[in-house]
Design a protein around this ligand. Structure first.
Ligand SMILES: C[S@@+](CC[C@H](N)C(=O)[O-])C[C@H]1O[C@@H](n2cnc3c(N)ncnc32)[C@H](O)[C@@H]1O
Length: 448
């Protein structure tokens, strides 16, 4: 039996609006869901731990929730191979399913873990209070020791990065906080406190760093930005996250997280009941690593290691040592059209469609026959031309054996989402219109 939102004690706004039709076939049910309203404007997305930390282009929780609720039963395995901030697996957890999240990004995995782990409210509140108090004491009485810690913490390249992006006074506050957080013994409590720490750096407006906007491909340093006090921001964020913590207690599922590449999943064939995922945009429209570096350096990751890892992200622009695959007709035409204006950009797009071919092929392999993969994508522009990502991914999915059930359109609520900067699209043009949309591709693995 599937559980209702009321049984889960979640806000009623997240209840599905489609009426259940028990005699419908699975495929028809999927078709029905795709034709339903998938915009979810005006609904509350901030329940449970969904808003603990911002994340570029995360989808509203109602989106995976709808498909999980209608296409799986409690105990089923729900996979997101590019799990990001964990929206899909958190919903799976709240609905009593088993969620499995894979991502290549160390920050995504960190924050996912904290978001799906029920945490003792009192302990977190008490420990958080102690961390803040001791950090403030160190700032008042022990600045020399904090400066020593800054010197010891980073290698030269990382220190240069930190000095460029964080004011000296912010660095002191951040090191005072992270030093106290690292002393916390309980790993669950520590994870929760680390997440709040990262959340004050990674925000749409660059948080306590000097960056203007982290979702843009190249964050810009603003010379006149005076970041707010990191201590004050941390206190505020902690309070907010603790307030939302209670709702997590109602989750009955389980979640496993794997560091890995969506192009080669460490999972057995035919084992997954449902996939709900949103891959990165083509052409590095959101550069996750460039943004996440701002937080990861404080958790001990040197910038050089992070730059190396960045090459493995889907949608990157590097072309050396990269094996391009043959893609189907329409996708080839889109690439060829762009090549007339810019050969390099066309190869970057070809790289993206090759990476997505590998990822979709893995999704097909691990999915049980008779089950679905829901792939949520936005399109991009290159030299003013639409990459038609949704059509190409649908075509690639079909070439791998999936039935393309439908491609639904959803209107984005741009006020709510950290989205890529719009590049080279004329205002009011058709392409500009499409930048305000996202596509929900329904792929069905036939029962054969
Ligand atoms: C659009 S985000 C996912 C957002 C997610 N749906 C959410 O609600 O938070 C895309 C994710 O793909 C991840 N990613 C990029 N390349 C990857 C790869 N090769 N393997 C696995 N994950 C990858 C990024 O790190 C990022 O977390």
């Amino acid at each position: 039996m599937q559980m209702t939102a009321q049984q889960l004690r979640l806000p009623l706004t997240v209840e599905p609006v489609v009426r259940r039709q028990p005699d419908m076939t699975y495929r028809a049910k999927l078709e029905n869901l795709l034709s339903d309203d998938l915009d979810f404007h005006g609904t509350n997305s901030a329940y449970a731990s969904h808003n603990f930390h911002s994340f570029p282009a995360k989808f509203p929780p109602q989106l995976p929730r709808k498909f999980i609720e209608w296409l799986t039963d409690p105990g089923d395995l729900v996979l997101d191979p590019m799990v990001g901030s964990g929206t899909t697996v958190l919903e799976a957890f709240l609905l009593g399913r088993r969620g499995l999240g894979v991502d290549i990004d160390p920050l995504a995995l960190r924050l996912c873990k904290a978001k799906v782990t029920p945490t003792a409210l009192e302990e977190v509140a008490e420990t958080g209070h102690r961390v803040l108090r001791d950090a403030e004491v160190a700032l008042q009485r022990n600045v020399a020791s904090l400066m020593d810690s800054l010197d010891a913490r980073f290698d030269d390249a990382t220190r240069k990065f930190v000095d460029y992006w964080f004011l000296p006074e912010t660095q002191l506050e951040l090191i005072a906080l992270i030093r106290e957080i690292e002393k916390v013994q309980n790993p669950i409590t520590r994870g929760f406190l680390e997440l709040a720490f990262s959340a004050i750096i990674i925000t749409k407006s660059g948080g306590v760093s000097r960056a203007r906007d982290l979702a843009h491909t190249r964050p810009h340093r603003v010379s006149d930005k005076v970041p707010r006090s990191a201590i004050a921001q941390y206190r505020h964020r902690l309070k907010k996250n603790i307030q939302s913590l209670t709702e997590l207690a109602y989750g009955t599922g389980g979640v496993a997280l794997l560091k890995g590449n969506a192009q080669s999943l460490a999972l057995q064939d035919n084992t997954v009941d449902l996939i709900v995922t949103s891959p990165p945009y083509a052409s590095n429209a959101i550069d996750y690593m460039r943004a996440h570096k701002f937080s990861l350096v404080w958790f001990g990751h040197p910038v050089k290691e992070l730059s190396k890892l960045r090459r493995e992200y889907i949608g990157g622009e590097a072309l050396t040592d990269f094996h391009l695959l043959e893609v189907p007709n329409y996708s080839t035409q889109v690439i060829t059209r762009i090549a007339r204006y810019d050969e390099r950009k066309a190869r970057v797009l070809h790289r993206y469609y090759s990476e997505m071919t590998r990822s979709l092929s893995e999704m097909y392999r691990v999915l049980k026959p008779g089950k679905a993969a829901i792939v949520v994508v936005g399109t991009s522009t290159m030299r003013g031309l639409d990459t038609e990502t949704q059509i190409c991914l649908g075509e690639i999915g079909e070439s791998l054996g999936f039935d393309l059930v439908d491609i639904a359109v959803r209107k984005l609520d741009r006020d709510k989402r950290m989205m890529p900067a719009r590049r080279s699209a004329r205002p009011n043009s058709q392409i500009e219109e499409r930048m305000h949309e996202e596509y929900v591709i329904g792929l069905y693995k036939p029962d054969s």
